[in-house]
Design a protein around this ligand. Sequence first.
Ligand SMILES: [Zn+2]
Ligand SMILES: [Zn+2]
Length: 259
Amino acid sequence: MLVDLHNHTTLCNHAKGSVDEYIQKAIQKNIRYFGFSDHAPMDFDLTYRMTFKQMSIYEKWINDAKIKYQNDITILLGYEVDFLPNHIDKRVLNAKVDYLVGSVHFLNGWGFDNPEFIGRYKHKDIDVLWQLYFDTIKEMAKSGKFDIVGHLDLIKVFKFLPKKDIRLIALDALKAIKKADMVLEINMSGLRKPIAQTYPSKELLLEAFAQNIPITFASDAHKPEQVGLFDKEVIALAKEVGYTKCAIFKNRDRTFLTI
Ligand SMILES: [Zn+2]
Ligand SMILES: [Zn+2]
């Protein structure tokens, strides 16, 4: 796998391993562009992310690694930012990074992908919940603040699936993503979760391809051994769907590489 733009560090309080260990694994996996996009700080949730004060530590870790490994691999710096209106901080949006990943992990303040709060699903109409999730993705795209859409269909993580056609639920979100000129990541972390699928699924990726939305790749590793764990699967999926290129970012500037 040539490119992997979504990986975490211990600063988020729910990942293991040093920056060096992640990078060594990436080199071993023949990744040429390896990006960290750890959970950006946010006042709403202080538990599963770095603090605002730690941003400088994080940026120094990754910027030092860029130099240390420059002969072996290109290291990139990003943040995974929660799209939670009224909690998106300028310090994050204005950070000197290569790219920002926009993700939805909270719906009305509920961390729906956190197994701790899985009990709440039984009080929900799943079709309504899915539509709310994709409407929030649409708003995230329309905000124009992010480069990459994180795990497009994360709402499927625990296999609570809608009765309605998922392509219809996601249609407006995909149109907004296209209009905002954003990139979709093919995120392999779903293969480690109950749903056991990539984010997005093949059916949504086909829709994205039909709309000419570009892609990149993401391990979403929270441990070094998760770097490139399903690299062959995600590359095969991208090619099957018809993609021939993937995106990388430097200083918020996008270029494409042949996969
Ligand atoms: Zn995480
Ligand atoms: Zn995420």
